[in-house]
Design a protein around this ligand. Sequence first.
Ligand code: ATP
Length: 378
Amino acid sequence: MTHLSTAARADNPYSVAIRDLDLDFDGVRVLRSLNLNIHKGEFLVLLGSSGCGKSTLLNCIAGLLDITDGQILINDRDVTWEEPKDRDIAMVFQSYALYPQMTVEKNLSFALKVAGVNKEEIQRRVSKAAEMLHLTPLLQRKPAALSGGQRQRVAIGRALVRDVDVFLFDEPLSNLDAKLRTELRVEIKRLHQQLNNTMIYVTHDQIEALTLADRIAIMKEGVIQQLDTPQTIYNKPVNRFVAGFIGSPGMNFLQGQLQLQDSQPWFIADSALAGLSVPLTHYPFCADLTGSKAVELGVRPEHVVVGEAATALPVCQEVGVEIVEPMGSDTLAWTRLAGQAFSFRTDTELNLKPGDRLLIGFDPARASCFDARSGERI
Ligand SMILES: Nc1ncnc2c1ncn2[C@@H]1O[C@H](COP(=O)(O)OP(=O)(O)OP(=O)(O)O)[C@@H](O)[C@H]1O
């Protein structure tokens, strides 16, 4: 069980609860009034661009930073002022931080020995972790004789042997090349499925977040913008920031006005050139709109339909292709819609070339509409 259903959550206690957390660095507020409840067994990803405060939040949970205000509970116990070692957590960092003079086996067992765990138990936990992480043949090697991926596996193993409830990962894959990252990502997912521990994972990589998380907390400037399942964040981003951050290639944003026509909301694109009107019947709550409102309409490139099939959709226009970017499995093409830059994904077989003309369309029900001023979803 990696995905916790709403029903399961109702009687599922929190593993980690963060209440009204503030954190200042030299008088500058980095985390503000942050509240976050993480369920037992949940894989929660903290996602955001560099400097948004995600590592700071993880370090607060780990006890590596003193918070300015608020409370942190782990398994219903207030640990706000407890030492990291007393918090029942284990952390994996971006830099593997292995002891270079020790073998893999010693790296794995060292903390347990210091903690006074008996020999048989150490042996049992080290063998189990080594087996889960495919490290058994490497136990007698030293870190210098390991690849980056193998070193990070040892670092994960070192957390694993601690046998704690909560694992914290701070960008554990970002020092690895793309192929290794993908491989280890799958390993981490497998590990979570086997162990069912709570995992809190920091990354700036949206693919890691979407593939690993039960829920994603997407952050900007020390504030959680949206906390939800990957699917909901992808399909119903709460604001333009989240919409632009999630999805690759990025969402298209068309500038325009939200207006009522015959009591139905419409998006009318700002354009001195070809017009574009999009019925937004899935926004019925706009029925009390007066006048018009400046908005941006978000359309994902993969939701654009190309060719004859587009004629069946409420929005369909003929466009000229400007730029073609082949991406292997499919192709990203750039055009203009109502005079505004617009991209769409299409089949490589179409063999599009700059200058080609074709029909494109989209279903407005899959589009998102954002207030141009506040950026909030309408
Ligand atoms: N020890 C510190 N003293 C002062 N400011 C700090 C300190 N550590 C972090 N900051 C600031 O706090 C903010 C949040 O940093 P944090 O490392 O949490 O960001 P992040 O989202 O994890 O980014 P990255 O992905 O680059 O690590 C940044 O503006 C950073 O400059």
